[in-house]
Design a protein around this ligand. Sequence first.
Ligand code: HEM
Ligand SMILES: *[C@@H]1O[C@H](CO)[C@@H](O)[C@H](O)[C@H]1NC(C)=O
Ligand SMILES: *[C@@H]1O[C@H](CO)[C@@H](O)[C@H](O)[C@H]1NC(C)=O
Length: 509
Amino acid sequence: MTYIPYLIVVASYVIYKLLHYVQLQQRAKKLGCKPIKHIPPRNWLDRIGIYEIVHRKELMQMGKTFELLEQAFARAQAKTFQGMALFHPFIMTIEPENLRHMMSLAHFNEWNIGYRPKAFGILLGDGIFSSEGTQWKHSRVMLRPSFTKENIKQITKMEPFAARVIELVKLKQGGVVDMQDVFQFFTMDFTTDLLLGESSDSLKDALGQPSQTGIDPELKRQFSIAFDVSSNYLMTRMILGPLMFLVNPKKLQDAIHTQHKFVDYYIEKALAMNADELNEKSDDGTIFLYQLAHETKDPVNLRNQILSIILAGRNTTSGLMTFLFAQLSKHPEIYAKLRDIIRSDFPNVESITFDSIQNCDYLRWCINETLRINPSVPFESKTASVDTTLPRGGGPDEKSPIFIAKGTRIVYSLWVGNRNEEYFGENTGEFIPERWEKLPRNGGVAFMPFSVGPRACLGQSLALTEAAYMTIRLLQTFDSCESHLGPEPLRKTSSATMRLMDGCNLCFT
Ligand code: HEM
Ligand SMILES: *[C@@H]1O[C@H](CO)[C@@H](O)[C@H](O)[C@H]1NC(C)=O
Ligand SMILES: *[C@@H]1O[C@H](CO)[C@@H](O)[C@H](O)[C@H]1NC(C)=O
């Protein structure tokens, strides 16, 4: 008879679960929700959501994450479907209304950013990228003025770095260069210069030039390396979610220490200045750190924000440049057209201004077409903080709302969504800048490479200007760009941002 108490416990649990289920069903019905489509499992591994984990190695090596995802939507015959990941249901969607709903101010508090704060907090603390609620709001309000158009107009600051990129390419004398690496150097060097007033100088390193600096040159060199080492661990932590405590090795702690030491050096210098000195040294208010030092004297807060901005702005922007040039190298006729337009619109370096970039339609089409076909941030994801709904995906026509239980993760795939012919015209698998002639100026409701709503990208304008500037300078200089990339589809991988697994090997002449 000793098993009776256990039976009672089990029975109560089952009854509780059943009642909860019935309750949810009733609520869903009252809200006008209809059933969501399910992706048919291929096997038992799929059924419990560990197929991708078991086959992780092979799938990674194939480098076809995104192509397979496109097939998954085809298999589900849906634009919104439910699947299983690690014993948990999740929802995948390419319905723009669903993403806009989750990101909107009206529904902001119903959703959260999942494990990001915990996974990234060990590097970024509660900086803008890894915080929520009032802490996030504070950061957003404090950082916003640094990203104003006036500042971004200061594009003359890009020139030294663009010039070094060109020098590096010329050094190869028509040989093959991995431009993915070079653009990574560019974005890191420019971003550190803009934020801290001194560049990480990885381009000078690659050129074998000494970097004049007050900081220990070895610490400076180690910074970029440490940044990538830690990013990789932090992404793994994010994927592991509740098991992330398993990933906190000494290598990660050392990398974090190096980054903190580097940034703290500049913060200490800034905090030692009074308001007048800050103004004087701030280069017309263009250096972020000197602007932020007017707002807060808290060195840890300053460090969290600076590192957050580097993390958010670096691979994303270099990814845009990399994929643009990969496409241009595969389409010599587009390269030639863009080159001729650029050489007539921008005859020299001085003619490149914020406004003249805005007025060069074909350049902006090429950049937006890249963000469409190879979005730097290929996924957007939110987790439900409460039981709630999404407007699309219910019923056979998927036009009704669906019910979302608290804790469910929603993933929006930009890669697949950006290929939807309903919004982007024909042949969406191909790079055709001319399609933008017929699209709305902002790309339409489905075009959201920088996300939307209160938490949309702060650096959009800066990123587009950086990519345009670098493109103009390269096309002013080089007549052609030959592809040494592998066969299509190119192998790609994605942590938070998308990258080419085999590099971006190009030959400029
Ligand atoms: C092509 C380049 C870029 C793309 C595609 C991009 C995309 C995005 C996206 C999708 C988000 C939202 C992430 C989320 O919360 O789910 C975001 C946030 C953010 N981005 Fe960008 N970004 C780019 C460049 C930049 C640059 C250059 C900077 C700054 C130097 C920057 C700074 C930020 C910051 C600070 C946030 C966090 C905003 C917040 O949480 O309130 N980004 N970006
Ligand atoms: C940025 O790219 C590098 C590879 O160049 C990678 O090691 C790192 O994890 C990426 N960082 C982020 C935040 O995605
Ligand atoms: C490119 O996209 C951005 C939004 O990401 C938009 O502001 C801009 O107007 C677009 N440019 C063109 C030429 O459509």
